[in-house]
Every structure is written in C-alpha cells, then in structure tokens.
Design a protein around this ligand. Structure first.
Ligand code: GRF
Length: 192
C-alpha cells in the first residue's frame, strides 16, 4: 500500500476511549525510521480517557468527540479527518461502533486490535469468556474494520497460553503485552 501512497509516512489518526497503552506504543513505533505511519491526531470519545495524556506528552493534536448522537459525532470526525488530511485510522480501545457510512469513507484504511483470537470471542469481556470456556489459548488480533463488529479480514494474530491459575486480570495483562508487539507488526505487514 505504501508504494501506492508514496515514500512519505501515511498520516494516521488513533481513536481511543481509555488507557491508551496501545496508543503510546503506536506513537513510539511511528517515530521509528521503519514505520510507514505518522501519528498526527488522536480522537477520543471521552474527555476521561487516560490515553489523552499522550497527546500532550508527545505533542500530538487531540480532539474529543462525544457520541451523544452517533451521526453528528461521525460528521464531526469526518471533517476533522479531512482538515488534517488523515489517510489511515487505528482503533485502539475505541469503545464506539462506527457506522457503515463512516467505514465506507475509509475503505480498507481502518484497522482495530481486539483481545481474542478472532473469530472467537467478539465484543466485550473476551478474557472472561475464554476462561469460562476452558480455552487453552487466547490472544489478540489485528483486523480490518468492516460494518460487522470484529469480523473484518484478519491481518495478524498472536497466541498466549491460558494457565490453570489464570484469571481475567492476569490474562488481560499477558495479552496486552503481546498486543504491543502485534499492532506495529500488523501495520508493517499492511504497508509492505
Ligand atoms: C486492548 O485490550 C485492545 O485490544 C482493546 O481495548 C484494550 C485497549 O487497551 N480493543 P489500551 O487502552 O490500549 O491500553
């Protein structure tokens, strides 16, 4: 994809709603020479997202867009994307579901990280579900975003073992660590 866009880094926005550990990790990655993306903008669905602190720390523009009305929120975001010439979107703990209309405007240019081995355990509480089902493995997935939740084409996955003593907190921690390796690797793969 990079060849189509040119040698310059692709202007990217990261959408968050929470802690932002993936955001922080992606910012660090985007500053490396090999990174095909440049993180230019952070969109948060709430002003309470802890991840917003990375906007100040790394001097990146941030916009908070409340989703009281999804339609208005998306209109606002689209304008912001246009104004900032954003070409690629990484969802990282973004807790809002984007409409088909929005996704179509960025076809093949929105990706997400999900804390399970998709197609297993879409949606929320993935770790609880995996443990309850006595799975031996779980993991994380980076995938393209399509209108069907957590169902777009899988780009890359990473597996972790679920031990006998595992609880959802320990599993979440273990998977998050893998997410931080997987997300940049998946981006490299897309732009290869
Ligand atoms: C991650 O587990 C990610 O897979 C999921 O939400 C969590 C976000 O964590 N979509 P963080 O905000 O990046 O720390």
């Amino acid at each position: 994809m990079r060849k189509l866009i040119g040698p310059k880094k692709v202007k990217t926005a990261v959408f968050i709603s929470g802690t932002g550990s993936n955001l922080k990790n992606l910012i660090k990655f985007s500053k490396t020479k090999k990174s095909p993306i440049l993180i230019d903008l952070i969109i948060s669905s709430t002003n309470k997202a802890r991840g917003l602190m990375y906007a100040d720390r790394f001097d990146i523009k941030k916009k908070i867009v409340h989703f009281k009305s999804n339609e208005n929120a998306e209109k606002k975001i689209l304008l912001i994307m246009k104004k900032n010439k954003i070409n690629f979107i990484c969802l990282a703990g973004f807790m809002k579901i984007l409409s088909e209309n929005f996704i179509n405007k960025f076809k093949g240019k929105i990706i997400n990280i999900h804390p399970s081995l998709l197609p297993k355990y879409k949606g929320l509480n993935t770790h609880e579900k995996a443990i309850k089902n006595k799975e031996r493995f779980s993991g994380c997935t980076v995938h393209f975003v399509t209108k069907k939740l957590d169902s777009g084409k899988i780009i890359m996955q990473k597996k972790v073992r679920i031990t006998k003593k595992e609880n959802s907190i320990s599993l979440a921690k273990k998977i998050l660590k893998q997410e931080h390796e997987l997300y940049p690797a998946a981006i490299m793969k897309i732009f290869d």
